[in-house]
Design a binder for this molecule. Sequence first.
Ligand code: AMP
Ligand code: MG
Length: 350
Amino acid sequence: MKTIIQKVNPECFGDGELEKACDILKGGGLVAFPTETVYGLGGDALSPEAAHKIYEAKGRPSDNPLIVHIADMDSLYDVAGQIGKKAVALAEAFWPGPLTMIFPKRAKVPVSTTGGLDTVAVRMPVHPVAAALIRCSGIYIAAPSANTSGRPSPTKAEHVIEDMDGRVDMILDGGPVGIGIESTIVDMTEETPIILRPGYITKENMEKIIGAVDIDPAVLTEPKKDVAAKAPGMKYRHYAPKGKLAIVEGDSMKVIEKINMLVREREREGKKAAVIAAKESREFYRCSEVYCIGSRKNEGSIAAGLYDILRQMDHIGAEYIYAESFAEDTLGQAIMNRMLKAAGYNRIKV
Ligand code: AMP
Ligand code: MG
């Protein structure tokens, strides 16, 4: 398949520029597009054939459900039922934006889209290209992240091209995304909503609007084999670079010392090692490959840089990667959730 790659300036484009993309979507094809979180791989959410194409292009297990993207509140009532007051309040506060809510699905949403579940995950993105694409095509867009299953999510069009060139009909290149990690997912089918995947919208943000919100304990711990994950996707190894990644935790000076020691050991074995460090500590590493992920004073910068750095590890052929850890509150919780999954929960405590 020849993939069309089209540049779109998110700050300045006419809906006419998206005509080709909309035609592809309406015809059952696949278009990758930027959202505020990561790039999505879009297809018609009400078409089982489009859902199958998405799973195939990503190499994604078909029990891992897709998020349905909408552009207005009427669409929410069209695809989902039992939308209570708390959900409406969260939608008013955070939509359009990086929040995904789970509800019982309506019959028109095929189980191919929901990975066999009778619930559906819905999100209203704020990115101008994503929003315009939903509006112009007039469909609901099922869109997982536009990466090969298991690889780091794409935050730049180059990442999408790396994974999806030749596998999808079109890639819309709207430049780097803003947030850089996937949406917060909250299950609204329980009396007290439960966060299944942490993201830019935090527990604290939501509690200000609706009171108590729980967090699935699987968010920061390795999922147990015999316990079914509430978000089926969270049970898979994810976001992973090809090299062996370890997260080193503890007092910051001891972490630096430990990482320097591990790097020395690997280099003595003739292996290629790399370090992922915060801006504040990068100068203390004695390693030729030190990558700065962002400043500890600005967690947003760390989230935005994470997946690009994990992909760079593949580009330089790092066999061993040692990363500093980050605080597990607010946005740091989402960052650590992704890093731990990328590391297959390989943490070294010092
Ligand atoms: P991605 O599309 O790559 O952002 O991944 C979507 C995530 O949403 C996966 O972890 C899915 O398991 C989760 N998800 C989607 N729909 C549902 C649902 N109905 N119930 C629980 N989790 C869901
Ligand atoms: Mg994904």
